[in-house]
Design a protein around this ligand. Structure first.
Ligand SMILES: [Zn+2]
Length: 533
């Protein structure tokens, strides 16, 4: 096979990046949260642009695909091999010949094959193609049709190059040989080689498989380009991991109600504003308005004023709620996100509530430590499980942004809620929501994790992750999971950017993530999760 025939992954131009992030989250909220399924995301963009956003389409979507030219044989092959993904992904390809299309395919002899990724396609003008096949003709070999077409449709569905997956760091590249090889065979300079080969996507907000050297999304790796003779030939068909990955990203089984909201669903990150609201409806029927416990899961707030952010629900009825993410005064909110857990108001097991430091003291009389005895509306038979999430913070920017919600002294009748800061920080307001349920309740698990579990506070990193195991036997299938923040300790000289999420959820446990991005220095962060079936 011609070694010169390589695909390049198309990236949006920088001026479209913020809009692309917004469109991605509008299309599929999981692109912001990674709780269910989100793809790998670019981690080595210019820092100011590096929002940790995925590019997956809404699950179940029908994509209109238009082939602009090419022989009838080549068009037929594009449909045949493009459709292969849809056997394993809950995505339909509707082949159209007129009108607007989500994916527009050009066939030429330019020598270049490429595609935009997933929802990035929505940012490209209708009069421009989004995918190119630069060497397909009626005499192309069958396995070459398969190799190139299946690969490009992987990009169109949001898949990145496997050799740039977060788990590809083990490829023993002989870097000088790689630079020389691609300069000679492709005319690529060092930056192009870095962009197409070496730059790995970030593991933040992602669901990705272990490195798969059978993946259709992998370049061939000639032995001359590695330090120890490791090599991979051209893969020409979907691997088992490709199939399972895409079926996890686009599952055929029904998905639960959306239980998260990010301001990026309403406007791009570079157009900050104070007030955000969105309506959500239930698929469950209730006899009275359900209870919601909210938790902030994502913050990107300017450092030049006090970080002030609050999430709450309003006008909640038996069919819907309005979720708000608001700020006030001179705070700059670039983006923020919230998750919520919902239960029937008369549920025999779940109880929830919310409490704010403003019920103890005013914002301008701040305290370092605030403790409140919370009494359950109904006592439990024995001490229940309780988790807490932050829903409102207002921290002075004269010192580092430190706030923490914890639970102590849980008994069958109640618990102590602690809303604290520490060191020289000033906490004007903190509000937390709480959720309680009987210890040992079937089909439910919860827990807390923090960066302290895996690293020291004085070794800040952008990406911190770890494993949480559910108590054995709790689940026989993959549960729903909601994660939100309960602790933040971030440097005052950089924007407050932090997000909590879970990936690789299965019946046994999950991988948690507490991440920052751009130039933020995140000393510590903590979160709690609840999982249920
Ligand atoms: Zn490619």
């Amino acid at each position: 096979m011609d070694r010169a025939r390589l695909c390049t992954q198309m990236r949006l131009p920088p001026e479209l990046q913020a809009k692309g992030d917004m469109v991605a989250v509008q299309e599929n909220p999981a692109n912001a949260h990674g709780v269910t399924s989100a793809p790998s995301i670019p981690g080595l963009e210019p820092p100011s642009l590096a929002l940790p956003i995925g590019k997956m389409w809404a699950n179940g979507r029908t994509l209109r695909v238009k082939i602009l030219n090419g022989s009838s044989k080549v068009k037929g092959k594009i449909q045949e091999y493009g459709n292969q993904w849809t056997q394993f992904a809950n995505i339909k390809l509707q082949w159209v010949t007129s009108g607007d299309a989500d994916i527009r395919i050009n066939v030429d002899n330019s020598g270049g094959s490429w595609s935009y990724l997933g929802t990035d396609n929505l940012l490209i003008a209708q009069d421009t193609h989004t995918m190119n096949f630069g060497w397909l003709t009626d005499s192309t070999a069958e396995n070459e049709f398969s190799r190139v077409i299946v690969h490009e449709f992987g990009h169109a569905l949001g898949c990145i190059h496997e050799h740039q997956s977060p788990t590809a760091s083990g490829i023993p590249w002989n870097r000088p040989a790689v630079y020389e090889y691609y300069l000679r065979t492709q005319g690529w300079d060092k930056a192009q080689v870095d962009n197409n080969l070496f730059n790995l996507y970030s593991a933040s907000s992602t669901q990705f498989s272990a490195f798969d050297d059978k993946s259709i999304m992998l370049y061939a790796i000639p032995a001359e380009l590695t330090t120890n003779g490791y090599s991979v030939g051209w893969n020409t068909i979907l691997s088992a991991t490709d199939k399972s990955f895409i079926s996890t990203a686009y599952p055929f089984q029904s998905t639960p109600d959306v239980n998260s909201f990010n301001t990026l669903e309403l406007r791009p990150a570079d157009q900050p504003r104070l007030l955000h609201t969105k309506r959500f409806t239930w698929t469950t029927s209730y006899s009275q308005a359900p209870k919601l416990a909210l938790g902030l899961n994502w913050l990107d707030i300017g450092r030049s004023s006090n970080p002030r952010i609050m999430a709450f629900h309003q006008d909640t009825t038996t069919t819907k709620t309005d979720i708000h993410i608001d700020s006030y005064a001179d705070t700059t909110v670039y983006s923020a996100g919230v998750s919520w857990f919902r239960h029937a108001a008369n549920d025999p097991d779940f109880q929830s509530g919310s409490w704010s430091t403003t019920e103890d003291h005013p914002w301008d009389k701040p305290k370092t430590v605030t403790q409140k005895q919370i009494t359950f509306p109904r006592a439990y038979a024995s001490a229940p499980k309780v988790i807490v999430w932050l829903t409102h913070i207002d921290v002075n920017n004269g010192a580092n942004f430190r706030v923490r919600a914890t639970v102590s002294d849980i008994t069958r009748t109640g618990f102590k809620l602690n809303l604290d800061t520490w060191a020289d920080s000033t906490l004007h307001v903190a509000t937390a929501s709480w959720i309680a349920y009987p210890t040992g309740k079937a089909g439910v698990a919860s827990g807390s994790f923090s960066t302290d579990d895996v690293r020291k506070w004085d070794q800040p990193r952008l990406l911190t992750s770890g494993k949480a195991n559910f108590p054995s036997g709790t689940f026989t299938k993959t549960p729903n999971v909601i994660v939100a923040l309960n602790m933040i300790d971030s440097e005052r000289w950089t924007n407050l950017r932090v997000k909590s999420s879970a990936s690789a959820v299965n019946k046994d446990g999950l991988t948690w993530h507490l991440d920052a991005w751009a130039d933020t220095v995140l000393y510590r962060a903590g979160a709690s999760y609840i999982a249920w079936v």
